[in-house]
Design a protein around this ligand. Sequence first.
Ligand code: SF4
Ligand code: SF4
Length: 752
Amino acid sequence: MANALGVYICSGCSIGDAIDTGKLAKVATSEYKVPRCQVHPFLCGPEGRRLIEKDLAEGAVDSVVVAACSPRVKTDAFAFDPRMVLDRVNLREHVVWCQPPNHEDTQMMAEDYLRMGIVKAQKSEALDTVLDDLSKRLLVVGGGIAGMTAALEAANAGYEVVLVEKARALGGFVASLEKRFPTSAPYEDLATDGTAAMIQAVMYHPRIRVLTSARILKTDGQPGMFDVTLAAETGELTTRVGAVVLATGWKPYDPTRLAHLGYGLSPDVITNVELEQMVAAGPIARKSDGRPVQSVLFVQCAGSRDKDHLAYCSSVCCMASLKHAAYVHEQNPDAAVYIIYKDMRTPGQYERFYRKAQDHPLNFLTKGEVTGVEPAADGRLSVRVKDSLLGDQIAIGVDLVVLAAGMVPNAADGVAIRAVNDARATLTRGEATEPQKADARKKIDELAHHEGTEILNLTYRQGPDLPAFRYGFPDSHFVCFPYETRRTGIFAAGTVRAPMDAAHAGEDAAGAALKAIQSVELASLGAAVHPRAGDLSFPIFFLQRCTQCKRCTEECPFGTLDEDVKGTPQLNPYRCRRCGICMGACPERIISFKNYSVEIIASMVKAIEVPEEDEEKPRVLVFMCENDAYPALDVAGLNRVHYDPSVRVIPLRCLGSLNIVWIADALSSGIDGVMLVGCKYGDDYQCHFMQGSELADRRLENVKETLQRLQLESGRIQLTQLAINEYDKLPALIDGFMARIRELGPNPYKGL
Ligand code: SF4
Ligand code: SF4
């Protein structure tokens, strides 16, 4: 526990004009008997900071509450020893900038926030520094453009890299290309420079060790100490690395699923990848009879942007077909080329190449839908097209049809693999019932196309590879953290992360390499990565009371916890992102952080002064996710938007860390309602810890029982999803909830 607490109140930024800071100081000194409390007109300035530093240096205080602006600003001014107990009470954005000055309610709000801050600091403990001997070497998996770029970027920044490639040589798909999309001005001509120079740079870099014809047998451990066992040409070896960049690329969408576009009907219906291989091998010719082609039709979005196949845009197929049209005309200037598209997507400078292709007199590009491909009487193919521009059905006879098939990530979905393995085990288990076996068969069938081959072979309790997001991509947050996967210290780059061309894969890899570097550097300090970057706290498990219910191991979004044979959780601290979801999950309440625990938040709830019923001042508690909702409320303050002064906000690391006991405590202490504001969930989730707000919503089911027991209306609790840019909606949401609470009347437990 904090011993000597110093409370420092800023009266600048109009705080002192709107509230009585002297009265506020009395809350600290009289109610909480804090040994040091000072009011300063400019606390974030050099003099204000010196004031705090002096008290710390003299030993007058060992922990600090700064009551000033939002904890999200002035972080440099109030950066002290990161292990020290420090709480920032948000008087500026959350009180004086959104409430009328010198009003009784404004003062009460400020005083409650100070009480909560003091209690939190008093209950918190200083953090330890964990200093294991950690590796800063990086493992890059995949030797294509993304993998080679990641390896070079990291090595040039001074980090050792082990690059593992399953093929015999580096280069990946791009090395097999005859020509590449334009790479320099005027962006009208295909590039002929391959990957040779980059391969040389990687092979001879003093800090890169290249292992080709290699695969990963096992990845043990955690960031800073991943022990990776590899099968390479030279035999089996184990290497320790600090972080991993997964750059395993893509594979073409299975064309046998494109029978409706003619694949399999004739050897003259081929995919774009097959055309590329044909060009590399020799002339473009009909596979059926070897004759050169006089006409080619490209079917765009073959399988992509199609809910029955790949629902997403594969990003490169439009440019690939334009490039292939150029190949056709290089070999046969008189050939007719048809490109049937839904939309042509040629972003950035590629638009210039598109224009050049449009200007070619023998290129016919039209927006339409291919409704069928049939053999024609003359031995060619007849393609039926519903042309949206002509508004008519047309039939085009051609020698060759090329399906611009899309990209599928070369990822292995660990969750699917584990589910399939479990289902297979059920099938071989003697005592499994027939319905269980039928379920298992169904599961294997459903997940067949997700399964893939293990790549990382993680020895994690939650499965051997990265959990895949929608459509099999192994990312973790499509808005804020593009490279982070759901396994800390493992970053995805290039086409395994999202469809993209080689140029973008290179940029992507540079980003992922930097993230991997950041991860090993933070791990070496014992600190968390995104989004709580720098946090030194760790969950602590009071295992004597663990009932081995496994909720924590199952709900941790990052696979941080393994289990011993009895099912007791085993923490791998460097995998932890400090979200507190395990803390919210544990029914025994035995998981806590030194500065964030069920008890600390419960004490903050109790610190709120609840006015008597006859004062007609309701109190509502708002648990707010610190990632989106809390900053959104800051922005509302910045815009001086007023909202009901009856609310008291407690930020949570993630709504998933919510323990329902806080709600029960709040309601039984007379608080009139509880609002939870978290990130959006569902397919386009924005939760920074993947599914925290969704978990909180599920946990609220259990609160219904509490409400029934207390005979309280269910309308006293509300969960709201909010995006960070919806700050303008937040005050109205709060006011709307308050209106409902006023309608319901005071909580009957008030004053008891
Ligand atoms: S704090 Fe979050 S990341 Fe860490 S173990 Fe708990 S649930 Fe997992
Ligand atoms: S949730 Fe709590 S009781 Fe259950 S296994 Fe984890 S630590 Fe043990």
